[in-house]
Structures are given as C-alpha cells and as structure tokens.
Design a protein around this ligand. Structure first.
Ligand code: RP5
Length: 162
C-alpha cells in the first residue's frame, strides 16, 4: 500500500456516519486515505502534531469534519500549508448552522474550503479534484464520474417524459 494522500479527520467518532461519505469517494476513485479522530478541544496537542506533520507524511489534502463549536478545520488550516476542506457536521441542535458558521467564516489568510452541512461526499470529490490537478489518470476518472451522473439525470428525464 502506498502512503495516504488524503487525511480525513473528525472531532469525534460520532461524526463518522457523516464523514464516511468522504472515505467512500476516496475508495471509489482509488485514492489512498487515512481516517482519524482529532479533536480541537479534547486532543489539542494531537491536532497540532497531526497538522504540522501532514505535509512531510505525504498528505496532499486534509478533510476535517466537526460539529457544534467546530474549530477543527480552521485550527488545522492554521498549522499546515496543505489545502483544508471543512465539513460542518449537523449535531443534535441548531441544525448544523453552528458548525457551518464556525467553519466558514475564517479570517483572511487562513482559508478553509467549506462544503455544505453534512457535505462529506462533496469534500471527497473536491479532494479528488485537487489531487487530480496533477494526475491525469485521476482526472479521467472524475470526468467519467461526471459523465455517469449526467447519464443518470438524462435517463430520469426521459422516464418522466414517457
Ligand atoms: C465536536 O463535538 C465533534 O466534532 C462532534 O460533532 C461534537 C459532539 O461530539 P461527541 O460529544 O459526540 O463526542 O467536537
């Protein structure tokens, strides 16, 4: 097995049902990935160590998901030059708006590419596209994925008409 290119981290194992969609996309595109729990509040030293070592360990993109006071993606972005994709995870209250606003409103100079609430699937696709920018084989797979998506919509459209 080669080294992981995508790091998928989350604030708690309770985020896994949402974040597993990002892992599924990596599997679909045959991109090596790693999964871990890294909490901004419960394991702050691990957060710093993970972020600082990510580039040297060969990661190209980090997908970070958290709910509530979701400081994980922003704090990771502050400690690495790798692109960070933030996934706001919907918790038991506030419909995930708390997570979204915690992740999206980053100060200038420290971007986090924020996807929709529970949007881990798109986080996976965006990570694939970032890695694909320097990998033509992967770009072809993404193009095929988009063609298949279009074909599915076309088929549904035809079915409605008939
Ligand atoms: C956040 O707090 C986690 O990302 C999770 O979404 C939320 C609740 O965590 P648990 O209490 O379920 O561990 O840090």
């Amino acid at each position: 097995m080669s080294k992981p290119l995508v790091g998928i981290i989350m604030g708690s194992d309770s985020d896994l049902p949402v974040m597993s969609a990002a892992a599924a996309i990596c599997e679909e595109f045959e991109i090596e990935f790693e999964l871990d729990i890294v909490s901004a509040h419960r394991t702050p030293e691990k957060l710093v160590e993970y972020s600082k070592s990510a580039e040297a360990r060969g990661l190209k993109v980090i997908i970070a998901g958290a709910g509530g006071a979701a400081h994980l993606p922003g704090m990771v972005a502050s400690e690495t030059v790798l692109p960070v994709i933030g996934v706001p995870v919907k918790g038991s209250s506030l419909e995930g708006m708390d997570s979204l606003l915690s992740i999206v409103q980053m100060p200038g100079g420290v971007p986090v590419a924020t996807v929709a609430i529970n949007g881990a699937k798109n986080a996976g696709i965006l990570a694939a596209q970032i890695i694909g920018s320097s990998d033509s084989t992967l770009r072809e797979k993404i193009a095929l994925y988009k063609q298949e998506m279009k074909a599915q919509v076309d088929a549904k459209s035809e079915k409605l008409k008939n």
